[in-house]
Every structure is written in C-alpha cells, then in structure tokens.
Design a protein around this ligand. Sequence first.
Ligand SMILES: Nc1ncnc2c1ncn2[C@@H]1O[C@H](COP(=O)(O)OP(=O)(O)O)[C@@H](O)[C@H]1O
Ligand code: SF4
Ligand SMILES: [Mg+2]
Length: 331
Amino acid sequence: MTSEALNPNRPEEEQALLEVRELKKYFPVRTGFGKKVTLKAVDNVTFSIKKGETLGLVGESGCGKTTLGRTILRLEEPTGGDILFSGETILGKKMNDYRKKMQIVFQDPYASLDPRKTVADTIGEAMDIHKMYASKSERQEKILELMKQVGLNRDFYNRFPHEFSGGQRQRIGIARALSVNPELIVCDEPVSALDVSIQAQIINMLEELQETEKLTYLFIAHNLAVVKHISDRVGVMYLGHLVELTTSNELYQHPAHPYTEMLLSAIPVADPDLSASKERIILEGDIPSPMYPPSGCPFRIRCPRATEKCKEAMPELREIAPGHFAACHNI
Ligand SMILES: Nc1ncnc2c1ncn2[C@@H]1O[C@H](COP(=O)(O)OP(=O)(O)O)[C@@H](O)[C@H]1O
Ligand code: SF4
Ligand SMILES: [Mg+2]
C-alpha cells in the first residue's frame, strides 16, 4: 500500500481515491410477455477504496459486479447515487480526464480485443486518443516498454490478437490499461477465462504492477479463493446489494453474513487457511431473478437464518465490528 500522497491530518474518508455512494444502476427490461420491469442490477452500493489499496468484489454470476465496475467508469450512466474520485464527484463531468485515471481490464480476453488491430495498435489506442506522445518513435518506444512490463515479447508488436493464448491476450489488455498511466484499474474477473496454471502468473503480475505503478485496484471475481490473496479488503455482493465488507483476513476468519458463509464453504478446502473443521454449507437454491427480488432481505429465500423480520424489511449495511460491515437483521 502506498501512503505518501495521504495527509494524516485528514479524516480517513477524505483520503479515499474512489468513493461510491448509494450507487444505483437500473435497467428497464421487457419480459417475455411484453411487460416492462425495472432490473436493479446495482442498488444502493456504498464503499470507498484508498489509494494503493485493492478492494476485492465477489458474488455469484449476475449479482451486479460488472455493472458496478462499468458504472464507476461511467461506461454506464448511474441511475442514482454518486461517484467521487480524489474527493470530487465525476458525475456531470466530462470523462476525458477520468478515462486516463480509471481503466478497466475486461473478463473476456477473446472478446475485448479488436481482431483487426495489431498488438501495438491495441496497446497504443488510448495513448492515441489522449495524444500522449510527441512523435511516432516515442509512441513505439512507449508501447515496447509496456510490452516488456507485461512480459510480452517485442516480436509480437505487429501481430494480431488471434495468434495468442488467453493469458497473452490478457497481458495485452493489461498493457492497454496501463498505457495512460491510470491511478485506478477495475479488474473485471481478469483471470476467470484463463487456465488455472496461468491465473497465478497474471495475478502475480498485477500485484507487481501495483507496487511499481502505484495502482489502486477494484478486483472483481466470482470466487472468494481468487480475491483472497490479492485483496486488502473484500466486498460481497448479492442481487445488486453489497451485503458484507471488511478486511480480507476478517472475512475469511469471521464471516458474518449467511451468504458469505455459504460462499466460503463452497470453496474446495485445499486452502489450509480455511479450517477444515468448519461445517460445509451447501449453496442451496437458485438466485432469484433481479427482476423479481424477494421482499425484505434479498437473500432470505436461500438463508438458513431467515426469520419473519427478514420478509418485511431490507437490512441496512451497518458496522458490526470496527471496519466490518454487514447487512443482516440477525447478526
Ligand atoms: N445492459 C443491460 N440491460 C439489461 N440488463 C442488464 C444489462 N447489463 C446487465 N444486466 C443485468 O444486470 C444483472 C447484473 O449483471 P452483471 O453486472 O453482468 O453481473 P455479474 O458481473 O455479477 O455477473 C444481470 O441480471 C444482468 O442480466
Ligand atoms: S436479514 Fe435475514 S434473510 Fe437476510 S441474511 Fe440476515 S438472517 Fe438471512
Ligand atoms: Mg461480470
């Protein structure tokens, strides 16, 4: 973690690089019967990320992780709430400057690279847009330097993405994100599509880059095992809501929310840090559609601890121990 840019006299919230406040992203959708409904992909999500920190974000497929990441970068316009970067709202602002400060690495290294662009032009695209070089030779130098940083052979400069494996494509995607010297990178399941043997290499590289480039990460994954190592803190999402947020260690050792307990017990226990004596809870039931969420607590249909109150009221995210937040009536 880096802290030199932080002033110890300022309160902690003011030192956040990114603050997300009651963020909402709703999509109007039509059902098969032509009825219009509102799909609340992200609903009232609040958190912040400090400079140099990695915040992991987990939850099953469809819980709103990608929408949250895309909305933070304003690739989607928020329906409500606020997004602050270095203490200033980015809503209503021209995004050109912020596009340099915030970048995204996409989940699918096959779909996210234009097959007609060479490696060099893929990596150089954002530098072209932001006019970040004075001459062609400077552009080339910068691209070669980025390729070196992400472990791509310089001979790949004029080749096309389809010639490469998933891991190498993801390295191209990471070089592209790095090209504009961003402060924050949203890593949206950057290793989910890769072979397990390649996953660790990419994660280790992202960690090294964080140190050298002083990066802040929002690191999205659907699996707790992947985010555990890389994250300082971890947020857990369920049906568009943030249901738990705390340090990585606390989350693994003292999960509070019943959904987090389920996710943890679903990890194959080859991980020695997760006590083998813990009772395994099976992830039961399908996730309800975010078009038709249950009343009260969004998790109540699957929750072993649900009570009458859970039907009636939505639990708020509250601090249950210092720095440990959970949204549940029965904690
Ligand atoms: N452009 C869109 N229009 C309508 N629904 C969307 C759109 N994008 C995402 N969704 C819906 O929002 C929910 C969250 O999706 P997503 O953010 O991709 O989840 P995750 O990344 O956690 O798998 C899903 O129900 C998905 O179908
Ligand atoms: S509020 Fe109720 S249903 Fe929701 S997680 Fe807590 S106990 Fe379960
Ligand atoms: Mg996603």
